[in-house]
Design a protein around this ligand. Structure first.
Ligand code: EPU
Length: 336
């Protein structure tokens, strides 16, 4: 079913809670709905607005926003320990994690409480606590407006990287994800080696899917603001990847600087949160925007901020980090 909204107010459709409007918004359920929409023709630009958790509107959108609302989760097949599960694009990601935990299926529990919808998970390859969406995604179903075909892209063709995929590159503006297929496991495969996770799981009585999910939820709730209460889009910046040489220069000056291996062995990933924190900006506010007091990677709307104010504030943070460390940090959030 397709639902049309003319000049919708987007405040409750973006987690930053900025008050912009769009010319039109269409909620859709299936790939057939999308075919109907594109066969009728869309005048002007279009953009997929999923949960609105990774987007910053800096102006009204003069075009059509497309929002998936389909809610199905189903087991497609089981082979030995392996269970293939399909989730529609409109399913809340965390509802999918809860469903997997209830069904005793391993693979996504470390990604508990990440805001957003299932269809958005492959786009930026969501990740937390040592896991990424790419670890379980088997394939992605999408509708291609140019050809009006439905295609299934296997994981190997999704070009997943750190907060990156083909959907942010070659298929940007050319694909609309309608469902994702995950490969989950009946066999326990706990991953507890990130930060406090192992200790928090132990405190809850040891390894189980429920204990891991609860531990991750607790860690996230203590560090990250609840988007229902404070407008934010999770990590505003990506963790920067620098050359090994650059990392060595910084480590000589700051031996306690967190650093991680990058996909390319000649490069090193740094923690943008640490850089912002050490640049003295944790808890810093200017006007209606601030750096979150418990995780400096998150920018927050203190109430009534416009998208442009958030963007100007983000530039101030980028500049201060550049001045202090000589490192460029880039937004993870899509600015529209
Ligand atoms: N740190 C500070 N000060 C801060 C924040 C972090 O010193 O204000 C230090 C921490 O002590 C730690 C390091 O920086 O040594 C990394 O911090 P953390 O473990 O909190 O993770 P992150 O790299 O800042 C990434 C993801 C988060 C995800 C966490 C946990 C990105 C852009 N962000 O943050 O994802 O929850 O790891 O796995 O990769 C998101 O994408 O929206 C998000 C919240």
């Amino acid at each position: 079913m397709i639902r049309e909204f003319i000049y919708p107010d987007l405040t409750l459709r973006n987690s930053f809670r900025v008050a912009q409007k769009a010319d039109r918004l269409l909620e859709f359920e299936t790939a057939d709905d999308l075919r109907t929409i594109f066969e009728r023709g869309i005048s002007g630009p279009w953009y997929v607005l999923s949960g609105g958790n990774n987007i910053l509107f800096t102006q009204d959108y003069h075009g059509t926003l497309l929002t998936p609302v389909s809610q199905g989760i189903r087991i497609v097949s089981e082979t030995g320990d392996r269970v293939l599960v399909t989730a529609d694009a409109g399913v809340e990601w965390d509802d999918l994690v809860e469903w997997a935990v209830e069904h005793e299926l391993w693979g996504v529990e470390n990604l508990s409480l990440i805001p957003g919808k299932a269809g958005a998970a492959p786009v930026q390859n969501i990740g937390a606590y040592g896991c990424e969406a790419k670890d379980t995604i088997e394939s992605v179903e999408m509708f291609c407006p140019e050809t009006k075909n439905i295609l299934i892209l296997s994981k190997d063709h999704c070009e997943f990287g750190y907060r990156d995929s083909i959907f942010k590159r070659m298929l940007k503006g050319r694909s609309i994800i309608t469902s994702i297929r995950l490969q989950l496991s009946r066999r326990p495969m706990p991953r507890l080696d990130y930060g406090d996770v192992a200790r928090k799981v132990e405190e809850r009585g040891g390894i189980s899917l429920r204990n891991i999910r609860d531990a991750i939820c607790e860690i996230r709730r203590t560090k990250l603001p609840d988007p229902a209460k404070t407008g934010n889009a999770g990590s505003f910046f990506k963790n920067p990847v620098v050359s090994r040489q650059e990392a060595e220069r910084l480590l000589a000056l700051h031996p306690d600087m967190p650093h991680y291996p990058a996909a390319n062995p000649e490069q090193v990933k740094l923690a943008a949160g640490w850089l912002i924190d050490r640049a003295g900006l944790k808890g810093y506010t200017n006007g209606h925007v601030g750096v979150h007091a418990r995780q400096a990677l998150v920018l927050i709307n203190l109430g009534g901020a416009t998208g442009n104010e958030v963007l100007a504030f983000a530039r101030e943070v980028q500049q201060k980090v550049k001045e202090t460390f000589g490192v460029e940090i880039e937004p993870e959030v899509n600015v529209l």
